[in-house]
Design a protein around this ligand. Structure first.
Ligand SMILES: C[S@@+](CC[C@H](N)C(=O)[O-])C[C@H]1O[C@@H](n2cnc3c(N)ncnc32)[C@H](O)[C@@H]1O
Length: 225
């Protein structure tokens, strides 16, 4: 896989954040879940510790824990600096300050790193790039998630999004994507066209959620068979 670690800026969120971003109910947490572009989030580790099943997919899982830790240590300062420069673009209520953000993200990523190699062995972390086909079978998962990957990385384009979501929908009865904003805090240009294409085969719905850190980023896209 031609994926350069030097092009990766690892950044990871927590189970509590995933619960709010995706409005995960008690019943949802008991579902068989696959989470795409999970990077160094602590979602999988925390779910596993409470006896729940999650498989995380990300190209960065081809690297070792030591390589990922080194890259996190190298890039954390850069992300925090950029956030400080763009502070007005974020909502500072639950996360109260840039220092608070750094502490929460580093804690989540340390939690991920402790779990990572055990999780690779248990096949909970799978190194893979969408839209390539995964080895799981049709409807193997009840719920698929994408946090801060699809739509946020809008420069990947409409064709990439359609191909990636088609593969996710092959594997999952339902997919939830958060946020519906690009890195520049805009609705992706191709969003309406993407919805039209998805509506030919699936039911889509935009739902408000209780999580908002990027200003205006408080909606998720739900896609069902
Ligand atoms: C901003 S991080 C989000 C991490 C995590 N989901 C969270 O919200 O904390 C985006 C992740 O998408 C992953 N990614 C990029 N391209 C991908 C692809 N083609 N298929 C799957 N994941 C990809 C990156 O490696 C990165 O870990």
């Amino acid at each position: 896989m031609a994926f350069e670690l030097s092009s990766v800026v690892p950044w990871g969120r927590t189970l509590e954040e995933y619960k709010q971003m995706f409005m995960l109910s008690k019943e949802d947490l008991d579902k068989r879940i696959i989470s795409f572009g999970d990077g160094p989030a602590s979602f999988n580790a925390e779910m596993n510790e409470s006896g729940k099943q999650v498989i995380s997919i990300d190209p960065v899982y081809e690297f070792t824990g030591d390589q990922l830790k080194k890259r996190i240590d190298e890039t954390c300062f850069q992300v925090i600096k950029q956030t400080r420069e763009n502070k007005a673009n974020f909502v500072w209520d639950t996360i109260r300050s840039v220092e608070d953000l750094q502490e929460i993200r580093m804690k989540a990523m340390r939690h991920f790193l402790i779990d990572f190699e055990k999780g690779v062995y248990e096949k909970r972390y799978v190194a893979h790039s969408l839209p390539d086909k995964l080895s799981f079978v049709y409807n193997e998962f009840e719920l698929g998630l994408s946090s801060h990957f699809l739509l946020l990385y809008s420069t990947l384009g409409l064709d990439f999004h359609m191909a990636a979501i088609s593969e996710m929908m092959r594997l999952c009865k339902e997919v939830r994507i958060f946020p519906i904003l690009t890195l520049n805090a805009k609705i992706p240009d191709f969003f309406n066209e993407l919805l039209e294409m998805l509506n030919q085969n699936y039911k889509t719905e935009v739902q408000k959620v209780p999580y908002e850190f990027q200003k205006g980023g408080n909606e998720m896209l739900v896609i069902k068979k």
